[in-house]
Design a protein around this ligand. Structure first.
Ligand code: THU
Length: 143
């Protein structure tokens, strides 16, 4: 693959860096209940990377997923106009894991049709999808 041959314009180095950042931040996860430590790394349009991990709670449903944690940090740091160029999700269990339904809706909010989502696939490789692949019928607020 040449340096810019990826359809999204991402270089293999950028994708690898994002994956490493997702894996690294998964070490920070607070996951005493599930033991499933997840990290997410966002590549924003200006090539800034923002990361987040899952944060669980004794009241289980209050858990924040890694993807949502990263998105909340990015908005807090850079404001409401952020756009996600790519997001990589990793876990420390070496498990195949797609973003949950709620996270798909959260990613959709700050995505474009070109946003690339990378996550661990069943065969041990990294799968790639667009938000339209993962959430073809997102909720839209039409009032
Ligand atoms: N989790 C994430 O962080 N992201 C997802 O997309 C799916 C699930 C977390 C939530 C919980 O702390 C643990 O994984 C087990 O469900």
């Amino acid at each position: 693959m040449s340096a810019t041959s990826h359809p999204s314009g991402l270089t293999p180095t950028q994708i690898e860096d994002l994956q490493q950042r997702a894996l690294a931040v998964a070490q920070q996860a607070y996951a005493p209940y599930s033991g499933f430590r997840v990290g997410a790394a966002l590549l924003l349009e200006d090539d800034t990377i923002v990361t987040g991990c899952n944060v669980e709670n004794a009241s289980y449903r209050l858990t924040t997923c890694a993807e949502q944690s990263a998105i909340a940090s990015a908005v807090g740091m850079y404001g409401p106009h952020i756009r996600i160029r790519a997001i990589s999700i990793a876990n420390l269990s070496n498990a195949a894991s797609q973003p949950c339904g709620a996270c798909r809706q959260s990613i959709h909010e700050f995505s474009t049709p070109d946003t690339r989502i990378f996550f661990p696939a069943e065969d041990g490789t990294v799968a790639e999808a667009t938000i339209a692949d993962l959430l073809p019928a997102a909720f839209l607020l039409n009032k």
